[in-house]
Design a protein around this ligand. Structure first.
Ligand SMILES: CC(C)(COP(=O)(O)OP(=O)(O)OC[C@H]1O[C@@H](n2cnc3c(N)ncnc32)[C@H](O)[C@@H]1OP(=O)(O)O)[C@@H](O)C(=O)NCCC(=O)NCCS
Length: 170
């Protein structure tokens, strides 16, 4: 099967934070950000696989910075690694300073999507060839994140998570 670059799946969604999307502190609701990230990740997974894709797991979310009402929020999603039918999507969230236009990293997340056929059965996806140093680092760590996710979901025995175990024994 053909290979693809992470940049081919790059998806950038930019939108404002409106009053109906905030909590009592006037910051963006976590659930609203999760939905925006899921949409961007879904498009990235579709661009990579050119198939129907479904969210299999939210592997990691870090709400490091509150995002105030009125902010311009950019969600960037890219496939960091693909396996057989699953794809790890790395998401970076940026907020833009109104006056300078400079971007600050607010949050990040890692989702797993699976490509499926019309009956919902997993299908094979193209492999990824990382290009930049960041893409290579994310690619290299993706297998242990997949194993951790599978172990936590009860779909893999801890003993079988060789890449993950190597983190603690090396
Ligand atoms: C995701 C889904 C297709 C997986 O189906 P399944 O029967 O478990 O299929 P498999 O066991 O063959 O797994 C398919 C792939 O998903 C991966 N996967 C499954 N659960 C995973 C998890 N929790 N974390 C990471 N990867 C996971 C498997 O490792 C496998 O990857 P690979 O083919 O690249 O090796 C199925 O569970 C599903 O349709 N879930 C609902 C999805 C959905 O509706 N999402 C929206 C949220 S409401």
């Amino acid at each position: 099967m053909q290979t693809k670059f992470p940049s081919e799946s790059l998806t950038v969604l930019t939108d404002l934070v409106l009053p109906s999307e905030t909590n009592p502190l006037n910051n963006l609701f976590g659930g609203e950000l999760l939905a925006r990230m899921d949409r961007a990740a879904s498009i990235a997974a579709r661009r990579h696989s050119r198939r129907i894709t479904v969210t299999a797991s939210v592997n990691h979310v870090a709400f490091n910075r509150a995002i105030p009402l009125g902010s311009v929020v950019t969600v960037e999603a890219k496939v960091s690694r693909s396996f057989k039918s699953s794809m790890e999507i790395y998401i970076d969230v940026w907020i833009e300073d109104r006056e300078s236009g400079s971007k600050t990293k607010a949050n990040e997340a890692i989702y797993t999507f699976v490509a499926v056929d019309e009956t919902g059965r997993p299908v094979e996806v193209p492999q990824i060839v990382p290009q930049t140093d960041e893409e290579k680092a994310r690619f290299d760590a993706a297998l242990r994140r997949k194993q951790l996710s599978l172990v936590l979901a009860g779909k893999m025995k801890p003993d079988e998570a060789t890449e993950l175990k190597a983190l603690f024994t090396s």
